[in-house]
Design a protein around this ligand. Structure first.
Ligand code: C2E
Ligand code: MG
Ligand code: MG
Ligand code: MG
Length: 285
């Protein structure tokens, strides 16, 4: 109450805001049951080598098929799940589900199978059972550690507690790949980044956007992407560019030295069957 005192009374009783809060509360309250009822599922989006167009990895992107509200994108519920803590269970489900799928691709496509890349919320990376969860999921699914990548945002890894870095270190030492997601949009401490156990930087789509117009790219975005690629390579990391929507962008990124791209130009996120078709076509080539 004290905090609201300076504001108008109207703000205190804002009915729209109240309705939004109630809706959020209801949604978060139904999440545990939704998990039980299998209302969540995972779509997969390819990460493509810019040199030859091969699918090298697929990112797991969770969706919620809600019985009343229809299909919900992660932006609608991941934040909520972080607030309530359910992200730990949901995240574990995504991880296990994705590793099981990855094992199937591995069985069917052997060395041509992509590795899978799973997003980790900040709260998951702080969960003390993260390392043992990953270990037991790999054991149960029979997936090799190198076939799994975990994506964390800058804010989830930068300047955080020592034990969290040591969890990342353990995963890295096990052979699990670590990527920094949406790189360039958070607060990076370069001295810190230098010491982090990481394999890959994923450049945020917002920087890739400026490379859109063929022949007339935004010179500032060009310079930024170039600098990020140079930085990544100096640190011995590979680079994936996110949000690649046009051929011109893909070509420019390849020329700049970026290893991989992800975006609608290559493929939208889709069900495992769509990835199967891509991999089968690739195998025939
Ligand atoms: P992200 O990890 O950066 O994932 C990339 C997002 O960009 C996805 O949105 C993807 O559908 C979208 N995208 C892909 N290609 C393009 C393109 O060419 N243009 C544009 N404009 N967008 C493109 P999505 O699926 O809505 O996921 C949003 C975010 O939700 C993800 O961003 C990630 O941070 C989070 N998320 C998704 N699944 C999970 C999960 O299982 N666990 C956690 N903790 N977070 C997740
Ligand atoms: Mg991601
Ligand atoms: Mg991203
Ligand atoms: Mg993200």
């Amino acid at each position: 109450w004290a905090k609201s005192e300076g504001k108008s009374r109207w703000a205190l009783f804002d009915p729209e805001r109240n309705a939004r809060e109630v809706a959020r509360f209801r949604l978060s309250a139904t999440m545990p049951a939704a998990l039980e009822r299998d209302e969540f599922y995972v779509d997969y989006q390819p990460l493509v080598a810019l040199a030859d167009g091969r699918v090298i990895a697929v990112e797991a992107l969770v969706r919620w098929q809600h019985p009343e509200h229809g299909l919900l994108a992660p932006d609608k519920f991941i934040g909520l799940a972080e607030e309530t803590g359910l992200i730990v269970q949901l995240g574990r489900w995504v991880l296990e589900h994705t590793c099981r799928q990855a094992r199937q691709w591995s069985d069917e496509f052997g060395d041509d199978a992509p590795f899978v890349s799973v997003n980790l919320a900040a709260r998951q990376s702080r969960d003390p059972s993260l390392v043992s969860d990953v270990e037991s999921i790999l054991r149960d699914t029979g997936l090799r550690a190198g076939q799994l990548q975990l994506e964390l945002t800058e804010s989830a890894v930068m300047g955080t507690a020592e034990d969290q870095t040591s969890a990342l270190r353990k995963l890295y030492d096990m052979g699990v790949r670590i990527a920094i997601d949406d790189f360039g949009t958070g607060y990076s401490n370069l001295a810190y980044l230098r010491r982090l156990p990481v394999h890959e930087l994923k450049i945020a789509g917002s920087f890739v956007e400026g490379l859109r117009v063929a022949g007339r790219p935004d010179p500032v975005d060009e310079q930024i992407v170039g600098a990020l690629v140079t930085l990544a390579h100096a640190l011995g990391l590979t680079v994936t560019a996110e949000g690649v929507e046009t051929a011109a962008q893909a070509e420019r990124l390849r020329d700049i030295g970026c290893e991989a791209g992800q975006g609608w130009y290559f493929a939208r996120p889709g069900p495992p069957a769509a990835i199967n078709r891509l991999l089968a076509t690739q195998r025939r080539r």
